[in-house]
Design a protein around this ligand. Structure first.
Ligand SMILES: *Cc1c(COP(=O)(O)O)cnc(C)c1O
Length: 370
C-alpha cells in the first residue's frame, strides 16, 4: 500500500490567492450574510453561466429541495426515484409527503417515464425526478405525463450543474430545479445549493421562505426557514466560477480515458458515452455484472485494498432504508431494475485533476493485469 490514497471525489478549489481579495472585501464591508453583495453577484453570474431566468441561492441543496416543495405547496403523494441520494426522498418526508417510488430505466438509471402513470393516484400532486449522474431525464415524456394529470414537476438537479439538452439548459425543465453545491459536486461553495425557476413570483416567494417568511421588518406571513447562503460561500462560488470550464474540460478527459481503458473488459459496462452532448462528467459509474471475475463488492474491496476508494452510489436504494421500506411502492417486485443495478454499480474516482497515471492504475486493477 505504498501508493497514495485516491478518493472517489476531490473538492475543486480555485487558487487561494484568488479567494483572499473576496475575504478582504468581506472584512472591510462587514456584510456576512442576508443577501449581501457577493450573494447578489453569484445569483446573476450563475443565471448567465447556466442560461436560466432566476436562481435563489441556499445554504445547502437539501434545504433548497424542502423549500422548493413548500413554494409549490406540494402535498399528498409525490412520484420519485429510489435510485438517488437519500436527501431526495427525505425532502418529501420533511414536508409530510409520501414518496411513491417508481422503477428506473436500465440505460439512463433515471425514472422510467413508461412506469409513472401506473403509480398516479388521486393523492398524487407532483413528480420529483433526478438527473442521475448529470444525465438528463426524459424531460419531454415526464412533462407530457405531468400536463395530462395536472401534476407539478420538481427536478432534483443536484448532479446536473451545466448540463444541457437539445433546447438549452436542462434546468429549464419542470416547474423548479434544485442544485447542490456541496463540496463533492462539480461546482461547490463548500456547502450550498440553489433553486432555479422561470417565474419571478415563485423566485420572490422562495426568497421569502428562505428568510423565515419575512416580508418586511415587521411582517411575517408564512412559516419560513433559514436557508440563506453566507457571503463567504457566495464569494467562493464566484472565485470558482472563473475556473469551471477548465474543470469540466479536465473531467471530460478523465471520462474519455476511463472509457478507452475499460472498453472490451468482460463484465464491466460503462454508461452510454455522452458524445457531443453537453454533460458535466460528474461521476464515473460502471456496472459490474455476473460475467466479471469478481462480484461488485469484491471489486470494491480489491480497489480499497489498493488505496482506491470507489463508492457504491446508489446502494442501498432509498426505498430500502428503514423509514421507507414499509411503503407499498418500496417492494422488490415494484423496483426490479433499480434493485438489480444498485447491486452492480460502482462509482470510480472522478475529479478534474485525477492523473492519467492514476486512471491507468485503477483500470489496470479492474482489468486484473497489475
Ligand atoms: C448531494 C445531493 C443532494 C443534497 O445536497 P446537499 O447540498 O448535500 O444538501 C440531494 N440530491 C442528490 C441527488 C444529491 O446528490
Amino acid at each position: 500500500m505504498s501508493d497514495k490514497p485516491i478518493y472517489v471525489s476531490k473538492p475543486f478549489l480555485p487558487p487561494l490567492e484568488e479567494f483572499t481579495p473576496y475575504l478582504e472585501q468581506i472584512w472591510s464591508n462587514k456584510t456576512l450574510t442576508n443577501g449581501g453583495p457577493f450573494h447578489q453577484q453569484l445569483e446573476k453570474a450563475l443565471c448567465k453561466y447556466l442560461g436560466v431566468d432566476h436562481i435563489a441561492l441556499f445554504n445547502n441543496g437539501t434545504i433548497a429541495l424542502i423549500t422548493a416543495l413548500q413554494a409549490m405547496k406540494i402535498k399528498g403523494e409525490v412520484i420519485t426515484t429510489p435510485y438517488s441520494f437519500v436527501a431526495t426522498a427525505h425532502s418529501l418526508l420533511w414536508n409530510g409527503i409520501e414518496p411513491v417510488f417508481v422503477d428506473i430505466d436500465p440505460n439512463t438509471l433515471n425514472l422510467d417515464p413508461s412506469k409513472i402513470e401506473a403509480a398516479i393516484t388521486s393523492k398524487t400532486t407532483a413528480i420529483m425526478p433526478v438527473h442521475c449522474y448529470g444525465r438528463p431525464c426524459d424531460v419531454e415524456a415526464i412533462q407530457e405525463i405531468a400536463d395530462r394529470h395536472n401534476l407539478k414537476v420538481i427536478y432534483d438537479a443536484a448532479h446536473a450543474f451545466g448540463v444541457k439538452c437539445h433546447c438549452g439548459s436542462v434546468l429549464n425543465h419542470g416547474d423548479l430545479s434544485v442544485l447542490s453545491f456541496h463540496a463533492t459536486k462539480v461546482f461547490n461553495t463548500f456547502e450550498g445549493g440553489a433553486v432555479v425557476c422561470s417565474d419571478v413570483e415563485i423566485k420572490n416567494l422562495i426568497n421569502q421562505l428562505k428568510n423565515f417568511g419575512f416580508v418586511d421588518e415587521v411582517t411575517v406571513d408564512i412559516a419560513g426557514i433559514n436557508g440563506k447562503m453566507s457571503e463567504v460561500n457566495a464569494a467562493f462560488g464566484l472565485a470558482q466560477l472563473n475556473h469551471i470550464d477548465d474543470a469540466l474540460e479536465a473531467r471530460k478527459k478523465v471520462d474519455a480515458l476511463y472509457r478507452f481503458q475499460l472498453k472490451n473488459v468482460n463484465g464491466i459496462k460503462c454508461l452510454e458515452d455522452a458524445g457531443e452532448k453537453v454533460t458535466n462528467y460528474s461521476y464515473f459509474p460502471i456496472l459490474v455484472d455476473e460475467t466479471y471475475s469478481l462480484s461488485r463488492d469484491q471489486l470494491y474491496q480489491k480497489l480499497k485494498n489498493n488505496n482506491i476508494y470507489s463508492r457504491r452510489y446508489f446502494y442501498p436504494l432509498i426505498s430500502d432504508f428503514p423509514m421507507y421500506k414499509t411503503l407499498r411502492s418500496s417492494s422488490f417486485s415494484n423496483l426490479p431494475v433499480a434493485h438489480r443495478l444498485s447491486k452492480q454499480v460502482l462509482c470510480l474516482p472522478m475529479y478534474p485533476d485525477l492523473d492519467s497515471d492514476d486512471v491507468i492504475r485503477i483500470t489496470g486493477l479492474i482489468k486484473n493485469n497489475l
